[in-house]
Design a protein around this ligand. Structure first.
Ligand code: AMP
Ligand code: MG
Length: 479
């Protein structure tokens, strides 16, 4: 079924370890992304029935030309460095090539222990499988670069996370699984040769269009900085909080990677934190670009000796490159936000208007997603609120000052302001139901989140913000 061409496995053997999936007693297919399989990956799945797909996507049958490996990486987790993490509960089956020559990693997550498992069981419970499936696909349809969900399998066996939970395996599709932490792994060992190999590999695979500058290491740093800045700008424009922006979760390709304790915000609060383990708010909503920059410094420090032999010079050069991140971010963020307000072209004072609006949302405890959507209505209910008077008069003036009609603005807004996001209380409901063997909420959410900008009345409950008692205040790590 796959057209495997495993380039990572051809890198030196210290980049990975061979791994084999575990046996499970009764793998059952609970999710399969047919459109991704056939349209994006060009796979022919016709000859596979459900049982065969369940066997395949739980690692019980290894497809032809697969070469299962667990990748080595390190990472800064909540600011603390771990020199050896690696795929402890995941393995790369192989890289499949499409007819157009695009290369995708096919990774099984939760398929059992690998040489990097340390004390972990290498498995996943069903909850994180359901969460990653729903949220990563939703992100894709919201237009955010992300890893994708190809399949979800219930293994039929239990995992223990304080108590017994059903186990699952998730099949992730990614541009690659190279992370900032992959560079850190080799840098910590002083393995300059490996950094050279990895840099060349990452540039060839993810940034082939970039013409080589004077220094390839600086080229890579600049590209990663730029794609991370654009990525975080997208997250911010949708109220998305990644939750665990450790360097081992920051993909070199610029895709959103690792849907652990992530969440979309309901009512807006700039310093919102969701992750139950993020006690200091390190990965709060409004801190995300600063953390992305911090992570880029970690990448820069791995590349430093290759950027310039004189350390001071090297630091100066990388400093400039990472500063550029903030410039790109500010521009991308503002461009995204003005569209959400129905403005076609960014002007100097627009950032004040954006901030004024966000501050009002926060003071009024309003839903981030639906408030933007409401603005596009001629008779927006918020106009009745005195508190919003100042904003509305500024905004009206600004709208009148552009050549487009209100109807055109309204169309623009509806094209960028989603009606549906994977609301956390609904994701939790999908998980709870799935644990009971009922996948209807999971299936419904996957269906409706394919068209997040279309207001389908019949999906009303998925549109509504949580009632106070339904609010999910913390999300948990995907272990
Ligand atoms: P994550 O929280 O997914 O970013 O994982 C951080 C590190 O912990 C990675 O090296 C994982 O492979 C490892 N890890 C997490 N859960 C498990 C588990 N159940 N068994 C083995 N390794 C794990
Ligand atoms: Mg991770």
């Amino acid at each position: 079924m796959f057209n495997f061409d495993n380039s990572y496995a051809k890198l030196p053997s210290r980049f990975y370890a061979k791994a084999t999936p575990e046996k499970f007693s009764n793998p059952t297919l609970i999710g399969f992304n047919q459109a991704l399989a056939s349209e994006t990956l060009g796979l022919n799945t016709d000859i596979f029935n459900e049982k065969a797909l369940a066997e395949l996507f739980s690692g019980q049958s290894i497809p032809q030309n697969a070469n299962p490996i667990a990748l080595a990486y390190a990472g800064h987790q909540f600011g603390h460095f771990s020199p050896q993490l690696g795929d402890g509960r995941a393995l790369l089956l192989g890289e499949t090539l499409t007819a157009k020559g695009e290369r995708f990693d096919i990774q099984l997550k939760g398929s059992g222990q690998t040489p990097f498992s340390r004390k972990g069981d290498g498995k996943s419970s069903l909850g994180p499988v359901i969460r990653e499936y729903i949220v990563s696909e939703a992100m894709h349809f919201l237009g955010v670069p992300t890893t994708r969900a190809l399949a979800a399998v219930a293994t039929g066996d239990a995992v223990y996370r304080g108590h017994r939970l059903p186990g699952g395996v998730f099949t992730r599709v990614a541009a690659s699984h190279i992370r900032i932490g992959t560079f850190e792994y080799f840098a910590a060992q002083g393995d300059i040769d490996a950094i050279k190999i990895l840099t060349r590999y990452a540039l060839d695979r993810h940034y082939p269009e970039v013409s080589p500058g004077e220094n390839r290491y600086l080229d890579l740093l600049k590209q990663v900085a730029c794609s991370q800045a654009s990525l975080v700008a997208k997250w911010m424009s949708l109220g998305f909080i990644h939750g665990v922006m450790n360097t081992d979760n920051m993909s070199i390709s610029g895709e959103t990677l690792d849907y652990g304790p992530c969440a979309f915000m309901d009512n807006f609060a700039a310093n919102r934190v969701f992750s139950s383990i993020d006690r200091n708010g390190r990965y709060a909503y409004n801190n995300q670009i600063l953390i992305a920059k911090w992570n880029l410094y970690r990448l820069a420090s791995c590349l430093l000796p290759l950027i310039h032999e004189d350390q001071e010079q090297a630091i100066k050069i990388t400093e400039e490159a990472t500063q550029e991140t903030m410039v790109v971010y500010e521009r991308k963020y503002q461009e995204a936000m003005i569209k959400k307000l129905g403005l076609f072209e960014l002007r100097e004072p627009d950032s004040a208007l954006i901030n004024q609006w966000l501050q009002l949302l926060e003071e009024s405890d309003l839903d981030f997603t639906l408030s933007f959507r409401m603005l596009s209505e001629e008779n927006c209910a918020l106009k009745k609120s005195e508190r919003f008077n100042g904003f509305f008069s500024q905004w009206k003036k600004r709208l009148a000052d552009q050549p487009q009609s209100f109807q055109q603005s309204s169309q623009l807004m509806n094209a960028v302001n989603p009606v549906f996001i994977p609301r956390n209380h609904q994701v939790e409901r999908a998980i709870q139901r799935s644990l009971e063997g009922d996948y209807s909420v999971f299936n419904e959410m996957n269906q409706l989140l394919k068209t997040p900008y279309i207001n389908h009345d019949k999906w009303g409950i998925y549109k509504a913000p949580p009632k106070p008692e339904e609010r999910v205040l913390a999300t948990f790590c995907g272990t």
